[in-house]
Design a binder for this molecule. Structure first.
Ligand SMILES: [Zn+2]
Length: 44
Protein backbone atom coordinates (compact mmCIF):
# COMPACT_ATOMS: atom_id res chain seq x y z
CA UNK A 1 0.00 0.00 0.00
CA UNK A 2 1.28 3.42 -1.00
CA UNK A 3 0.00 6.71 0.43
CA UNK A 4 0.19 9.67 -1.93
CA UNK A 5 1.49 12.86 -0.25
CA UNK A 6 -0.35 14.94 -2.84
CA UNK A 7 -3.97 13.78 -2.40
CA UNK A 8 -3.65 11.48 0.67
CA UNK A 9 -5.05 8.63 -1.36
CA UNK A 10 -4.00 5.08 -0.62
CA UNK A 11 -3.29 2.79 -3.54
CA UNK A 12 -2.13 -0.71 -4.19
CA UNK A 13 1.04 -0.82 -6.25
CA UNK A 14 -0.94 -2.33 -9.13
CA UNK A 15 -3.31 0.67 -9.12
CA UNK A 16 -0.55 3.23 -9.61
CA UNK A 17 0.32 4.56 -13.01
CA UNK A 18 3.50 2.99 -14.29
CA UNK A 19 5.70 4.38 -17.02
CA UNK A 20 9.05 3.19 -18.19
CA UNK A 21 11.57 5.37 -19.93
CA UNK A 22 15.18 4.52 -20.59
CA UNK A 23 15.03 1.49 -18.31
CA UNK A 24 13.84 3.60 -15.36
CA UNK A 25 10.44 2.75 -13.98
CA UNK A 26 8.40 5.79 -12.93
CA UNK A 27 5.38 5.52 -10.66
CA UNK A 28 2.65 8.17 -10.50
CA UNK A 29 -0.51 8.63 -8.47
CA UNK A 30 -3.59 7.69 -10.54
CA UNK A 31 -5.62 10.45 -8.84
CA UNK A 32 -3.43 13.56 -8.96
CA UNK A 33 -0.54 12.31 -11.11
CA UNK A 34 2.02 13.15 -8.45
CA UNK A 35 5.36 11.48 -8.95
CA UNK A 36 5.74 8.82 -6.27
CA UNK A 37 9.04 7.24 -7.16
CA UNK A 38 11.38 5.65 -9.63
CA UNK A 39 13.35 2.49 -9.67
CA UNK A 40 15.72 0.80 -12.03
CA UNK A 41 14.12 -2.15 -13.75
CA UNK A 42 17.37 -4.07 -13.64
CA UNK A 43 18.17 -3.64 -9.96
CA UNK A 44 15.23 -5.49 -8.47
ZN1 LIG B 1 -2.28 11.67 -5.42
Amino acid sequence: MVTCPGCDGEFEAADLEHHERGGIHHVHCPECDRHLGTYNEHSR
